[in-house]
Design a protein around this ligand. Structure first.
Ligand code: ZN
Ligand code: ZN
Length: 284
């Protein structure tokens, strides 16, 4: 994040340094997974789903520029019809840059929290999100193991309120980079240690591993990937020191192994949901 601030101050082209820092962060964690593995049984080079994970990472990465274009169109439309003209000046631009970035991270994580919670509580949404939860081991590629519809919902909803309020581009860039970096860290198989209090404020690998548990009570907690504050506030925080993580993945094996079938199955299940695997019924 410090390097990003330096790049902004130097006036470097964001299209270059955002990609550079994201790629650099990703490969740093690939190397760290080999040197300091959190779980020796997990390994992206031996995971039979790694090729599929790469496919999903490529798709989600490729559609992001189109989604950014769509967001810009929405903002233009709002301004054209003067719907958002009054609120477009509400962002506190006079605050110090660090305070604005912190505010943006809190706003983004608030939106992310409710979108993610909806994916867990509405069955028809869950089928799209189940792909992310079907991972039985954690490593750096799992952060991007997202269904295209899951990615679309996150990408469109998370930055939208801040754009409408008139947040500066640099602040939004810092907020989204925080999302990329923490997404890598919480899914990585890198040994990371935190004091007990840190799990209330920072997105930790222990918190997110619990979210990937096969047990529904942990799966339906720790929704926020960028700060657990909202989970703490809304009563959905599972503190790693008070919970025992057994296995990760889905309780029942209903996710196909084939890449194309994984993309198509949420659409297919909208028409004919397999009752016996509905999340609400799994743990009863
Ligand atoms: Zn989830
Ligand atoms: Zn995850």
């Amino acid at each position: 994040m410090g390097l990003a601030v330096w790049c902004i101050k130097q006036g470097h082209d964001p299209q270059v340094w955002v990609i550079g820092l994201s790629v650099g962060h990703f490969f740093t964690f690939v190397v760290l997974e080999l040197i300091l593995p959190r779980n020796p049984r997990f390994n992206l080079f031996r995971d039979r789903q790694s090729l599929n994970d790469m496919g999903f990472n490529i798709i989600t990465g490729a559609i992001r520029p189109f989604l950014a274009g769509l967001l810009t169109l929405i903002i233009v439309w709002f301004n054209e019809f003067r719907i958002g003209s009054d609120i477009a000046t509400l962002w506190p631009s006079s605050l110090p840059f660090a305070a604005q970035v912190l505010l943006a991270i809190l706003c983004a994580s608030f939106m992310d929290y409710w979108v993610h919670r909806a994916y867990h509580t509405v069955d028809r949404l869950w089928w799209f999100h189940a792909l992310h939860h079907s991972a039985t081991q954690m490593h750096i590629l799992k952060g991007g193991r997202m269904h295209i519809m899951d990615e679309v919902a996150h990408a469109l909803t998370t930055p939208l309120p801040m754009l409408l309020l008139g947040a500066p581009t640099e602040v939004l860039l810092m907020s989204s980079l925080w999302g990329v970096f923490t997404g890598n860290a919480v899914h990585s198989n890198v040994d990371q240690r935190f004091p007990s209090w840190a799990h209330y404020f920072l997105p930790t690998v222990q918190l997110h591993n619990l979210h990937h548990s096969t047990e529904r009570r942990y799966q339906d907690s720790n929704y926020s990937g960028t700060t657990p504050l909202w989970d703490w506030l809304f009563g959905t925080l599972s503190h790693p020191h008070h919970c025992e993580l057994k296995d990760m993945g889905l309780k029942e094996h209903y996710m196909p192994d084939n890449f194309l079938k994984q993309i198509l199955f949420p659409f297919k299940w909208q028409l004919k949901p397999p009752i016996q695997t509905t999340p609400d019924i799994i743990d009863t």
